[in-house]
Design a protein around this ligand. Structure first.
Ligand code: 13P
Length: 246
């Protein structure tokens, strides 16, 4: 499986900054065999970044989506709008959405279904908090997020869907999961997938303080199929170094 390195820009970048960052990534990619690459700018910059990425191998992703196609849903963005602006992928259920915006496994499930129906590839985020890990509940929490977030999907969902394991305690903290800690959860998720999606051949990304220094060791683990990068994706040089490490 080809690895996928995705940059989640979160609530960063003006239009000018977004264009410059996207240009820097495209120009630095080079011709060498490389993983698949995607960037997820904020909604306001999607169209501008789509222009920069046109004709390049870098995919456009969004950071969230609503489940309805259109209607009176002030502030929301539909899957069709994301397709229209050029998105191939969309992050769903990021822990920051769960923490600050009331996302639940049930809303994640509705969004995943809507994204798939529109032809998008959802990147579904799961992961435990520090308290849950210390209570020994990591695998139980992740299992619930997977079973409920990915419940009752179409039979071919596994071909497009991506999972991202992002332990909440590792996000933006500089405290990366060790390769062994991440591998343990990735392997566990993989064992769940035949029952949930009908296939285990699904990319499972790791996210949480991935940097050029730790990327190679994480990506060398057998069940780590790529990375979802936050802070280190905001500078072309560090994002490119992570891509090179894959
Ligand atoms: P950091 O790489 O900044 O820890 O963020 C990870 C993340 O949340 C990616 O979605």
């Amino acid at each position: 499986m080809k690895k996928l390195i995705a940059g989640n820009w979160k609530m960063h970048t003006t239009l000018a900054e977004a264009r410059e960052l996207a240009r820097g990534i495209v120009q630095g990619l080079g011709e060498a065999p490389r993983p698949e690459v995607a960037v997820a700018p904020p909604y306001t910059a999607l169209a501008a970044v789509a222009d920069v990425l046109a004709g390049t191998p870098v995919h456009l992703a969004a950071q969230d989506v609503f489940w309805e196609e259109k209607g009176a849903f002030t502030g929301a963005i539909s899957p069709l709008m994301l397709v229209d602006v050029g998105c191939r992928l969309v992050i769903v259920g990021h822990s920051e959405r769960r923490q600050h915006f009331g996302e639940t496994d049930a809303t994640v499930n509705r969004k995943v279904k809507a994204a798939l129906k529109a032809g998008l590839a959802p990147i579904v985020c799961v992961g435990e908090t520090l308290a849950q890990r210390e209570e020994g509940r990591t695998l139980a929490v992740v299992e619930r997020q997977i079973r409920e977030g990915l419940a009752e999907l179409p039979a071919d969902a596994g071909a497009r869907l991506v999972i991202a394991y992002e332990p909440v305690w590792a996000i933006g903290t500089g405290r990366t999961a060790t390769p062994a800690q991440a591998q343990e959860v990735h392997a566990f998720i993989r064992t769940l997938l035949p029952g949930v999606l009908g296939t285990a051949r699904v990319r499972i990304l790791y996210g949480g303080s991935v940097t050029p220094d730790n990327a190679a060791a994480l990506l060398a683990e057998p069940d780590i199929d790529g990375a979802l990068v936050g802070g280190a994706s905001l500078m072309a040089a560090s994002f490119l170094a992570i891509i090179a490490a894959a």
